[in-house]
Design a protein around this ligand. Structure first.
Ligand SMILES: [Zn+2]
Length: 135
């Protein structure tokens, strides 16, 4: 939506400041652990995950709660690809998919950083309302 906000998001990632609810990261599947202790997926790659809580790397604990997204396995909240973000290099939400709101995962906090950062969900999206509603 606004180029200024995108620059702000990028700076936040660069300087290791808190990440807000709705921030997307690309996390290796071995780091995405379901409540039953199993991995979200055994695929050797990773999935986009949106975090469900504000997360400050300096203050908060060893895990972050989030919801994984699949562009190949239906189920959960249908979620459109992000429109191209002007000025953004790394958005990974580029195909229609499904956010697994019914499969919360614990993400090792070491995986939540500038190198795995993708982008921020729009504040008024349906997904953001859902995330805030289930907390
Ligand atoms: Zn994006």
């Amino acid at each position: 939506m606004s180029g200024n906000w995108e620059i702000f998001d990028h700076l936040r990632a660069e300087f290791d400041a808190p990440y807000e609810i709705g921030t997307w990261f690309l996390v290796k599947n071995e780091k995405l652990i379901k409540r039953d202790g199993r991995r979200f997926s055994n695929d050797p790659n990773g999935h986009p995950v949106v975090i469900a809580n504000r997360y400050n790397p300096r203050r908060h604990g060893p895990n972050v709660t989030g919801y994984p997204r699949s562009a190949s396995v239906p189920g959960g909240l249908t979620h459109e690809a992000h429109l191209p973000h002007s000025g953004r290099l790394v958005c990974i939400i580029n195909r229609t998919g499904w956010v697994k709101l019914h499969i919360p995962v614990a993400i090792s906090s070491a995986e939540v950083n500038a190198s795995t950062f993708s982008c921020c969900e729009e504040t008024n999206s349906k997904l953001m309302h859902k995330i805030k509603g289930v907390r």
